[in-house]
Design a protein around this ligand. Structure first.
Ligand code: F6R
Length: 607
């Protein structure tokens, strides 16, 4: 959830750290800090609030001399987001400074032990135990102290460590939290995400659990948890720094909404060859697929809602029963999973703690795991038996948009490909499905172009509370639309299966309750239309999302947002776009911090 960075070289470290933190701010933004080593002592500057405040305090780093340092942007777990709880934390003797992303689960026991040994704690954080442990185990050998400390920690951590006794050297260690090393020329870096590295270098090393690295300006050495040196492959980042910048848009979220046609194209295009879908990374034969008697899709948040849409496509085309489970529930549910279950694990970041735990739970019961992941080299991508990357490129806004639509695109590919392999759809249905998917990027662009009027619609519908309704695939879209609205505009939103309204919640409908009705499932359009009539009869103002040419809806809804026609199985990928824009413009009208909504962080690496 937090972001950490480190730099060692021969130029001023603080500006590099602050820039890196700015690029990681999406991971957490309630406080920030840097520690820079200069003249034999470590200077720490930290503030509660945004990185801009830290930049102001340090005059963009100019006030903090030194050529080696570490930095942190925080999403508070233990202790309020105050200056004192902000990282970096210092050891009592001032020799060590550390930054930490993750959670130390046994910190209370460690804290008691350290207090009994005379260590003085300043903060309420779990992290502070780590820096005192380092001091405790240090006898002149930093690597040994790091290893002994790591051996005492339970939970998840990516740690960046600075020590006054090694004035050009950084140490890092990881367990279940992302950590990437950047290889520069005469300088080296570490960060929680490659987005903070690409402006310096495209050559990176992905650290694995249990590994420890030592970085000097001229070298990087990595060893395993026993201290044995290991050779790590160098990976090349394939995207440019511009991909992680706003490129003229006011917000990353708007940029990422607009990037959806290109992102979905990147997810789909390489997987079509000679009019057929080729999922080279899914090495399951027809025979192996025939052994699968159940598919479980597991994920969190929007990725879970992508799974809800995917379920309809898979069940309809493949005729395999699909269960969609929240990862945070599945992990503790004693799930009925065995070697005949295929588990689809969906995650943009590939680092979501609950999703990783659900994956491990299912794996331990014999299931095969297919990861649908955006971030290359992430934990889920590594743990899965097969990984289909969504190729959305870096997603910076906390609220996912292109991450979600590319997940849908990959789920649709999976559904059509597996259905054909199993002989559950005929040649013509297959050809039509392939054609529909090939047209998705173009139709997404049309959807965006057709919805130029959304800012004014949003200002009329952004009331204190909204209802989102739909049936089947449209219900899945309603779930995602309501989440988008809640998380960035802070307006209350309910999503309901339209047919369920009259079982209780219709009591809430009156003239003050706007309803957003998704009506893009042609087989059920008439049914949803009757629900629209029902809520209108109770005074609600209705905004409908429907296929272009749906005349019936114009006479019933107060406002209609149209999308191009596509086979209803795939319509969620288009229907979600006006809902993303609606949330965006509602949040903008309210003056919300769209890219960094309060209390949230992009990558939820804690339970
Ligand atoms: C909502 C949102 C979150 C994520 C969820 C899972 O806009 O972004 O609900 O979808 O935290 O994250 P990943 O996909 O990284 O596992």
């Amino acid at each position: 959830m937090c972001g950490i960075v480190g730099f060692t070289g021969s130029r001023s470290a603080a500006p590099v750290l602050l820039k890196g933190l700015g690029q990681l701010e999406y991971r957490g933004y309630d406080s920030a800090g840097i520690a820079v080593l200069d003249g034999g002592s470590i200077r720490v500057e930290k503030v509660s609030g945004r990185i801009a405040k830290l930049c102001e305090k340090t005059r963009d780093g100019a006030a903090v001399p030194g050529v080696i340092g570490i930095g942190h942007t925080r999403w508070a777990t233990h202790g309020a987001p105050t200056d004192v709880n902000a990282h970096p934390h210092l050891s009592n003797d001032g020799r060590f400074a550390i930054v930490h992303n993750g959670i130390i689960e046994n910190y209370l026991a460690l804290r008691d032990e350290l207090i009994a040994d005379g260590y003085v704690f300043e903060s309420e954080t779990d992290t502070e135990t780590v820096v005192h442990l380092l001091e405790h185990y240090y006898d002149g050998d930093i690597k040994a102290a790091v290893m002994k400390t790591a051996a005492r920690l339970e939970g998840s951590y990516a740690l960046g460590i600075l020590c006054t006794d090694a004035p050009d050297t950084l140490y890092v260690v990881r367990e279940a939290s992302p950590l990437i090393l950047g290889i520069g020329v005469g300088e080296n870096y570490f960060a929680s995400d490659v987005t903070a590295l690409v402006s310096h270098t495209k050559n990176v090393i992905y650290l694995e659990d249990g590994e420890i690295a030592r970085l000097t300006p001229a070298s990087i050495t990595v060893c395993d948890c026993t201290g044995r040196e290991i050779q790590k492959p160098i990976s090349r980042v394939t995207w440019n720094v511009e991909a992680a910048e706003k490129g003229g848009y006011e917000h990353f979220m708007l940029k990422e909404i607009m990037e959806q046609p290109a992102a979905v194209k990147a997810a789909l295009a390489p997987r079509f060859r000679d009019g057929r879908i080729r999922l080279d990374d899914l090495e399951l034969t027809a025979e192996e697929l025939r052994q699968v008697n159940k598919i479980i899709i597991t994920a969190c948040g929007s990725a879970y809602y992508a799974g809800c849409s995917g379920r309809y496509a898979i069940e309809k085309l493949c005729r395999i029963p699909v269960q969609v489970e929240l990862a945070s529930e599945l992990r503790y549910s004693d799930p009925m999973v065995d070697e005949h279950t295929l588990v689809l694990v969906i995650s943009q970041s590939g680092e979501t703690a609950d999703t990783i735990a659900a994956l491990k739970e299912c794996r331990s019961r014999g299931a095969k795991i297919l990861g649908i992941v955006n971030v290359v080299g992430s934990t889920i991508a590594k743990l899965a038996d097969y990984t289909l990357y969504t190729w959305a490129g870096p997603e910076i806004a906390v609220a996912t948009t292109k991450g979600y639509t590319t997940q849908l695109a990959v789920l649709y590919l999976f559904a059509v490909c597996v259905a054909e392999k199993l002989g559950r759809i005929g040649a013509e249905q297959y050809r039509n499905a392939v054609r529909a998917l090939q047209s998705l990027p173009k139709l997404l662009q049309q959807t965006i172009d057709m919805n130029y009027q959304l800012p004014s619609v949003a200002s009329r519908y952004a009331s204190r509370s909204l209802f989102f309704i739909g049936r089947n695939t449209d219900y899945a879209v309603a779930l995602e639309g309501a989440l988008k609205m809640k998380e960035i505009s802070y307006l209350h939103a309910e999503s309901y299966a339209a047919g369920e309204l009259k079982h209780g919640t219709i009591a809430l409908i009156d003239e003050n309750q706007p309803v957003i009705a998704v009506c893009c499932n042609e087989a059920l359009a008439e049914k949803t239309l009757s629900n629209i009539v029902e809520v209108k009869a109770r005074g609600a103002k209705v905004l409908a999302v429907a296929f272009r040419g749906n005349k019936g809806i114009v006479s019933q809804a107060d406002d209609v947002v149209f999308i191009p026609r596509i086979d209803s199985i795939f319509s969620a990928a288009l229907a979600v776009v006006p809902l993303q824009l609606l949330a965006y413009y509602a949040a903008k009208e309210k003056g919300c911090d769209i890219d960094k909504p309060k209390n949230l962080a992009k990558s939820v690496t804690v339970e």
